[in-house]
Every structure is written in C-alpha cells, then in structure tokens.
Design a protein around this ligand. Structure first.
Ligand SMILES: *[C@@H]1O[C@H](CO)[C@@H](O)[C@H](O)[C@H]1NC(C)=O
Length: 167
C-alpha cells in the first residue's frame, strides 16, 4: 500500500515537472523595441525625437565560438516606431543583435553608432524568465537639426543650446 502511494507520488512529480518544462519551452521569446529619428543630431533622445514608422530592423544571432549565423529575421516598424520580432529556438551561447537597417525617411537616414545596434539576450537558459526582451532604442540621425533644438537642449542643461565637444 505504502509502496503504491509512493509510486503514485513519484509519477505525479515526474508528470508535473514534465508539464512545466514543456510550458517553458513553448513560451516563445519576442524582441521588442522602437526606432527614432534623432532630430537634433545629438545622438541621444530629446523630447523632439520622432518615432520612425516603416523602418526596417534586422535581428541576427551568431555563435559565440565560430561566428556562424544561426538566426536572422527582419521587421518593419509600425505607426509609433515600434517593432516586435518573434524568435525561433533558443540562442544560448550566441550573440544576438538588433540593428537599424533602413530608414524610409530621406531627411532622416544617417547612421550613428550610438543608435545603430543593440545587443539582446535570447536564451531561456540565461536566468531571465521574461519572454519579452526589450532592445535599446535604435535610430537614424536627421540631416538638418530642427529649429527648436537649441531651446530644448538648453532645457536639458546645455547652456549654449548645443552639445559642445569636450575640450
Ligand atoms: C507598435 O508595435 C509595438 C511593439 O509590437 C506595440 O507595442 C504597439 O502597440 C504597436 N503600436 C501600434 C499603433 O500598432
């Protein structure tokens, strides 16, 4: 009798842990983020930064050890500059980046290092339970700064209304 109930308990435990690992594996990771136009040409966000709709972003993963590409997928930003990329598989011991690839705005398509790429962690084995992985903002620099920029930069604490290079 005792043996039978012990057996039942073991079976139950095995069943439950199987179900849990199945549920975790079924939970797909998703990379979300936003693409902005740096309208003040300062390479950081201001209140005049504009979301870019219709921008192409690329998510790519490579193996840490030999640089072999394991995953690649594109997405296009929506009306509020947002994108969401569903991820296939688990990318443990890989390096994954999202990159601002193309801008639909001819007046705002200059690349800048600060907003060009963001690294994202795309493995369920890294201890992060959250299935939604948010990338840093990506973006492009506008060709001409908006006329309102000096005022906004003053409000942000730049006394001359521009970002002076450190001497
Ligand atoms: C744009 O995409 C983001 C990320 O998927 C989402 O959170 C947001 O609700 C979307 N906005 C619109 C207007 O569709």
């Amino acid at each position: 009798m005792a043996k039978a109930s012990l057996m039942a308990l073991v079976l139950k435990t095995v069943c439950i842990s199987f179900l849990i690992s199945f549920a975790l594996a079924a939970e797909k990771l998703n990379v979300v983020g936003k693409v902005y136009c740096d309208t003040c040409r300062v390479e950081f966000e201001t209140k005049l930064s504009e979301p870019i709709s219709g921008a192409t972003v690329k998510l790519e993963c490579k193996k840490e050890k030999d640089d072999v590409m394991t995953f690649s997928r594109e997405a296009v930003t929506n009306a509020t500059g947002g994108y969401s990329i569903p991820v296939e598989g688990d990318h443990y011991e890989e390096i994954c980046w999202v990159r601002a690839d193309k801008s639909p705005r001819a007046d705002c398509n200059q690349r800048m290092e600060a907003w060009e790429r963001s690294q994202v962690e795309l493995s369920g084995k890294d201890g992060l339970a959250e299935p939604t992985r948010t990338a840093n903002n990506l973006g492009f620099k506008k060709k001409e700064a908006l006329p309102g920029c000096p005022q906004v930069l003053k409000e942000m604490g730049f006394p001359n209304g521009k970002v002076e290079p450190v001497p």
